[in-house]
Design a binder for this molecule. Structure first.
Ligand code: IMP
Length: 180
């Protein structure tokens, strides 16, 4: 698959599965008396949503949202647009946002403000990956899969130009892929 495009596999499929099961156990315990509503952020979180939901030992419901940050200059201002909103009211629900990756944290902090205004009973975040810059912003990510270095990664939902989401692992691409 994608022969020759992959520079290095950073997190293998088995390692991803093991960590997701660990976090699922933790989440199942934390939500023992509450039914979480998983809010997946499209498209990057689809693989994680699907694996996480099946690893939890508690029933959950699922919703999806799609957002887009404006271009790189504007994204530093944290301006985000909703491409697809939730299908239902989340007031009084125990919302757990499921994110693929937190980089600058701007998308997530905007999203959390937006969701908090809808008055859920609780609001937490799970992110599969976190980059070093995210540590600088006050975005409360309760469950983190892996802290990774500041480099662009693809796979397991994450894309470059809409490709590579279907890779079963998280990887770094060869530099020449970006100059094609
Ligand atoms: P933030 O607002 O800077 O935290 O950006 C978060 C969004 O940027 C993520 O939801 C991804 O869609 C995208 N992103 C950030 N880093 C990467 C990466 O290494 N690979 C693929 N997408 C990324």
């Amino acid at each position: 698959m994608y022969d020759g495009d992959i520079d290095k596999i950073l997190i293998g499929a088995d390692e991803l599965a093991a960590r997701i099961h660990e976090l699922a156990d933790q989440i199942s315990a934390d939500y023992v008396d509450r039914e979480p509503l998983l809010v997946g952020v499209l498209k990057g979180a689809v693989m994680l949503m699907s694996d996480l939901a099946r690893a939890l030992s508690r029933p959950v419901t699922m919703e999806f949202m799609a957002v887009s940050s404006y271009g790189s200059a504007a994204s530093s201002s944290g301006i985000v647009r909703i491409l697809k909103d939730l299908d239902r009211d989340i007031s009084g629900q125990h919302v757990l946002v499921v994110e693929d990756i937190v980089d600058s944290g701007l998308t997530l902090s905007w999203l959390l403000k937006n969701l908090a205004a809808r008055q859920p009973a609780s609001l937490e975040v799970m992110a599969l990956l976190r980059k070093p810059d995210a540590v600088k912003v006050p975005v409360p990510v309760r469950y983190v899969g892996f802290d990774i270095p500041n480099e662009f990664v693809v796979g397991y939902g994450l894309d470059y130009a809409e490709r590579y989401r279907d890779l079963p692992y998280v990887a770094r691409l060869k530099p020449e892929v970006y100059t094609r």
